[in-house]
Design a protein around this ligand. Structure first.
Ligand code: BG6
Ligand code: MG
Length: 217
């Protein structure tokens, strides 16, 4: 019996990965190197500081903790600028219909995101009122694949992990959901999200019935 759905934000509800990529790339270029979209895949679901560490390692650049804090702040300023013009038109296809269906079925809705900008984004795209619980990078101390973010979400929603589905586009997020004892549905390509209980390309053409049927297989 599924009583709640917990959504990752970036890559599940909106495609903000492209804005993270733009801002990180600008920073890398300022430091004298570049990185590819394939490398960018590795940043999905990863916290801001861990992302910076990965990027610096790709460029072979070493910085002090103080310099790193300044670089991360600079990237975030650019990112915040990019997301400041987001509108509801950027909600990924099928998401709104699915959220409305969950509401009508009294299935609880939670957010489990690593981002410290999650609330800003939800407000920009007008989805804040749909969420019964919001857990983001401001409340967590451990990054995915640690299950902390989803466990805090389940507690806030008053459900057990086995009663909740986590929707994630990042392999690290799927790992986190499984470690917490949740049902895990990958959003994207099967090859990237092999560990999930099921993978769907997105919410378009998938309703609650169809998704829960995938879990019963
Ligand atoms: C995750 C993204 O949702 O949030 C990562 O997938 C990002 O790419 C992380 O680094 C942290 O986001 P923010 O907005 O706090 O820098
Ligand atoms: Mg994501």
């Amino acid at each position: 019996m599924i009583k709640a759905c917990i959504f990752d934000l970036d890559g599940v509800i909106v495609d903000t990965a492209k804005y993270h990529f733009q801002a990180w790339r600008r920073l890398a270029q300022e430091l004298g190197f570049d990185f590819t979209e394939t490398e960018n895949e590795k940043l999905k679901g990863v916290s801001r500081m861990q992302s910076l560490d990965l990027i610096l390692s790709w460029g072979g650049v070493v910085k002090t903790a103080k310099e790193k804090a300044a670089l991360a702040a600079k990237k975030n300023d650019w990112y915040v600028q990019l997301i400041s013009t987001m509108t509801p038109s950027e909600i990924l296809e099928g998401v709104l219909e699915f959220l409305n269906e969950l509401r009508s079925k009294r299935v609880k809705i939670g957010l489990g995101s690593a981002s410290k900008n999650a609330l800003t984004i939800l407000e920009k795209i007008g989805l804040r009122p749909y969420f019964d619980a919001l857990i983001d990078g401001n409340q967590t101390t451990k990054s995915k694949p640690d299950p902390e973010v989803f466990l805090l979400g389940a507690t806030a929603l008053g459900v057990a992990p086995s009663e909740a589905i986590v929707f994630e586009d990042a392999a690290k997020g799927i790992e986190a959901a499984l470690a917490g004892g949740f049902w895990a549905i990958g959003i994207g390509a099967q090859k990237d999200l092999k560990e999930s209980h099921a993978v769907i390309p997105g919410f378009k053409n998938y309703d609650f019935e169809k998704i829960t049927a995938l879990l019963r297989r």
